[in-house]
Design a protein around this ligand. Structure first.
Ligand code: AHG
Ligand code: MN
Ligand code: MN
Length: 336
């Protein structure tokens, strides 16, 4: 990378000049980048601030909130509220949709976010992240309900994630490919370090929580068994397995070096519809995967075409190298 690589601001201005994004989108993305910088700072100082532990509260999903889940959520809400075009916020940590406008208009923004993903990794000092997705209202609305924000992921106009790893990075798509920025220690700027990220087509690495194997659908069990069979099995090659319990870290690894990430619906989570949430986990990561040349599926359907029925809805997620996602979809079809 050259010393004069573009800053996030310069990158966004260039997209703006080409007519690829609106001025308000630029401001909103910069506000999200600011949120990420502040969250990264809080995480890195978490042990000193004594904020790595749990709270006594649960979120709407019944999960105990970590102190940093709540802190990151407050930071996102504060900064995403700056942009006057944002009509509503949907957060993993907040039960109902937060309406910022009384009379939202067509073209106003809806921001969906998981302020801290993989938060069970916090007290063991492993990577966590933030995920966000942005859509536009198609028409003026008068009913400020939770249902008014339910649109298919194919309507996203921007999505991204920040990864708080050895360095803080922010990966972004506005529907024109995927670009990766690294937070530069010293100047504090996000700088374009990974332009035009492409998800490798072929892979020999998979990521799944294998402790759930007895609950898997036959299609998932077959896929994993064939990978484990290695060179002598039907795939004719050895596979590697990784699981970090942080979707952001997992997806980032796959974006950088290929692979497939699976958190499928199984007999243990079927009642909830899966584990990962559609609007602020699966949709944004699915959009990024597709924009980088990969795929994201439930096993039976493209994630971006799943019609949401509730704003905290969960969904089966199979995401990564296109040929592997195709293979798993074909196993589901054969078993249907
Ligand atoms: P969150 O911390 O936002 O609740 O999300 C955690 C998610 C995801 O990041 C990860 O892939 C998965 O949960 C880990 O699940 P297991 O505990 O089953 O490994
Ligand atoms: Mn999450
Ligand atoms: Mn979370």
């Amino acid at each position: 990378m050259s010393d004069n690589a573009q800053t996030l601001r310069q990158f966004l201005l260039a997209e703006r000049k080409q007519g690829l994004i609106a001025q308000d989108m630029m401001l909103l993305i910069e506000d999200i980048a600011t949120s990420s910088r502040i969250i990264a700072h809080q995480i890195r100082n978490g042990a000193f601030l004594n904020i790595l532990g749990a709270t006594e509260t649960s979120n709407v999903q019944g999960e105990t909130q970590k102190q940093l889940d709540v802190i990151a959520n407050d930071i996102f809400i504060e900064h995403c509220s700056n942009c006057s075009r944002v009509a509503a916020l949907v957060s993993e940590e907040i039960d109902d949709v937060i309406w910022l406008k009384d009379q939202p208009k067509a073209g106003d923004y809806l921001v969906y976010f998981d302020p801290l993903d993989g938060s069970s990794n916090l007290n063991v000092n492993l990577s966590v992240g933030s995920i966000f997705s942005i859509m536009e209202l198609k028409e003026d609305i008068t009913d400020l309900t939770n249902e008014a924000v339910l649109f298919e992921g194919a309507n996203q106009i921007c999505a991204g994630y920040s990864l708080y790893g050895p360095s803080t990075s922010m990966i972004l798509t506005t529907g024109n490919g995927v670009n990766g920025f690294t937070h530069k220690i010293g100047t504090g700027e996000f700088t374009l370090t990974f332009p035009d990220m492409r998800l490798p087509e072929e892979t020999d690495e998979f990521a799944i929580n294998a402790s759930r194997f007895r609950k898997w659908d036959p299609a998932i069990a077959r896929y994993v068994e064939e990978c484990l069979d290695g060179k002598d099995g039907p795939r004719g090659k050895s596979f590697n397995m990784r699981w970090t319990a942080s979707m952001v870290a997992e997806v980032h690894r796959i974006l950088m070096r290929g692979g497939i990430f699976l958190y499928p619906k199984d007999s243990g989570n079927a009642e909830m519809g899966g584990k990962l949430r559609l609007l602020y986990e699966a949709n944004p990561m699915g959009f990024i995967a597709e924009q980088a040349g990969g795929k994201a599926s439930t096993g039976m359907q493209r994630i971006l075409e799943v019609e949401p029925t509730s704003h905290h809805q969960r969904v089966s997620v199979i995401l990564g190298s296109a040929s592997e996602v195709d293979r798993i979809e074909s196993y589901y079809t054969e078993n249907a």
